[in-house]
Design a protein around this ligand. Structure first.
Ligand SMILES: [Zn+2]
Length: 120
């Protein structure tokens, strides 16, 4: 079973770096390819957004604000669910598979195999 933990500042930093690389790649491609190759720029933007979402789906889950149940989200859920950030961390407005309530579920990080070994 997948285990989760709260998102650390290290996770935020790593995610920020990936986001920066994506934005930089987008800006550079726009600079060199627009306006003639706008479709290439569009493809890069979409591919990047899908990749970012794919990474989030793989590495993160959600913790229900009502019952505390932790669960994984599908790729489409990740794309479609409204999300935001607050002082207590990021949240996603999703339905909990345990209690069936829609809440602002706290975004939590999946515990990787490496971290499990380190923790023992
Ligand atoms: Zn719940």
């Amino acid at each position: 079973m997948t285990k989760f933990r709260e998102v650390s500042s290290e996770d935020r930093k790593n995610y920020g770096i990936i986001l920066l690389i994506y934005i930089a790649a987008a800006v550079v491609s726009m600079f060199f390819l627009l306006p003639e190759y706008w479709y290439v720029v569009l493809a890069i933007l979409i591919a990047g957004a899908l990749l970012m979402t794919g990474l989030t789906t793989r590495d993160y889950g959600a913790r229900c604000a009502n019952c505390g149940n932790e669960f994984e989200l599908s790729f489409t859920r990740e794309v479609l669910a409204p999300h935001g950030g607050g002082r207590s961390g990021s949240w996603q407005y999703v339905k909990c598979p345990n209690c069936g309530k829609r809440t602002r579920a706290l975004v939590v990080k999946k515990v990787t195999e490496d971290e499990r070994v380190e923790g023992q």
